[in-house]
Design a protein around this ligand. Structure first.
Ligand SMILES: NC(=O)c1ccc[n+]([C@@H]2O[C@H](COP(=O)([O-])OP(=O)(O)OC[C@H]3O[C@@H](n4cnc5c(N)ncnc54)[C@H](O)[C@@H]3O)[C@@H](O)[C@H]2O)c1
Length: 323
């Protein structure tokens, strides 16, 4: 099996790809390497923008995974126009070329952000997805574009992922559990903007297992799948981070609870992924915190801008290096 991963040098890809290599898959990555390269040496590298990829580049692969684009709200809001190009047009173009090149399956990294602000009910994939912010809208457009290309010879599996957290060789500290862990360690406090808000959290370990289940799923399977390790209120995540850091490091952690309105609030059902893909999450928020604690020396330079997508993005834009 030969797999091409677009955006594979990012946070999810840098954790997932070593696992794919372990399973004996041949993996190549197309990436602009905004955040450097932390991939194993065996990975084939194409330093390219997705928009310059053609059928020749994609010939010979069995599957393609889309992990690229602007991967959070702050980046999307900083440059909404670039957000729509990167998150909506790029997966559409990649899927179009992949299909023409004879690739059999595309897996798309979507987001639960598409659900926007919901009542506190469990949402499955058939519930309305209504976001009014650039990131959520564009992630919905991306999944719609690639899903409508599916046919008997081209399977499309779209994930709506919860917020991913845990350690990756390309580390991010701008994701909920990782951010709280960082401030608990660096400042002895965790700020909670709104403790009542719901978020599905996806451990990076469970994320990797979801991609593996999708890659290995029956070729006839196509569709949209919520993927999360569990649903948590932000207040509960903060309690767990406080407890985990106090237990592991013997450090007192203060909670700073605020009441700021958020534009995202959702909890999701993963029953479809369980039933169709055999996706079973095994890593809850406590496990994510243990993983972060075990790897903390690898990202102890907490203020390094490379851990914060928006900082790298702004610097690259200023230097006209992005795309
Ligand atoms: N991390 C999360 O919590 C999360 C949650 C839901 C969905 N997602 C989605 O999963 C995907 C991966 O997330 P991540 O956290 O690994 O992101 P990331 O920001 O760490 O990595 C994105 C990678 O894509 C590359 N890239 C971006 N645009 C490109 C282009 N036009 N051509 C080539 N390379 C390009 C960047 O250089 C980077 O290496 C994204 O599509 C994101 O929207 C992430």
């Amino acid at each position: 099996m030969k797999i091409l991963v677009a955006g594979g040098a990012g946070y999810i890809g840098s954790h997932l790809i070593p696992k794919l290599l372990d399973r004996g898959y041949k993996v190549d990555v197309i990436d602009l390497f905004w955040f450097g390269n932390n991939l194993p040496r065996e990975v084939g590298i194409l330093t390219k923008d997705i928009f310059s990829v053609d059928e020749t580049d994609m010939a010979g692969y069995d599957q393609v995974i889309f992990l690229a684009g602007l991967s959070n709200d702050p980046m999307a809001e900083f440059s909404p126009s670039m957000n729509f190009i990167s998150n909506a047009a790029a997966p559409a173009y990649l899927g179009y070329v992949a299909k023409r090149a004879g690739i059999k399956r595309m897996i798309y990294a979507g987001s639960c952000s598409v659900y926007g602000y919901t009542v506190d009910e469990l949402y499955d994939e058939d519930r309305p997805a209504v976001s009014s912010y650039p990131y959520g809208i564009s992630k919905l457009q991306g999944e719609q574009a690639v899903l409508q290309m599916a046919d008997d010879d081209f399977s499309v599996i779209c994930f709506r992922q919860g917020t991913v957290s845990g350690y990756s060789p390309r580390m991010r500290l701008d994701l909920i559990v990782n951010t709280m862990f960082k401030t608990a360690m660096a400042e002895g406090q965790v700020t909670v903007n709104n403790p009542a808000i719901w978020r599905p959290i996806l451990s990076i370990e469970d994320a990797a297992s979801a991609y593996i289940r999708a890659i290995e799923a029956n070729p006839k399977i196509t569709g949209l799948f919520n993927i999360a390790s569990g649903n948590y209120t932000v207040g509960e995540v903060a309690d767990l981070v406080k407890l985990g850091v106090e237990e592991s490091f013997g450090k007192a952690v203060k909670l700073n609870i605020k009441a700021i309105q958020d534009f995202r609030n959702y909890k999701v059902s993963i029953e479809r992924a369980r039933n169709v893909l055999s996706f079973k999450p095994r890593h809850d928020v406590e496990a994510i915190i243990r993983d972060l604690a075990a790897n903390v020396e690898r990202f102890r330079d907490f203020d390094n801008p490379r851990y914060y997508n928006i900082q790298v993005f702004k610097a690259n834009l200023a230097a006209e290096k992005v795309a």
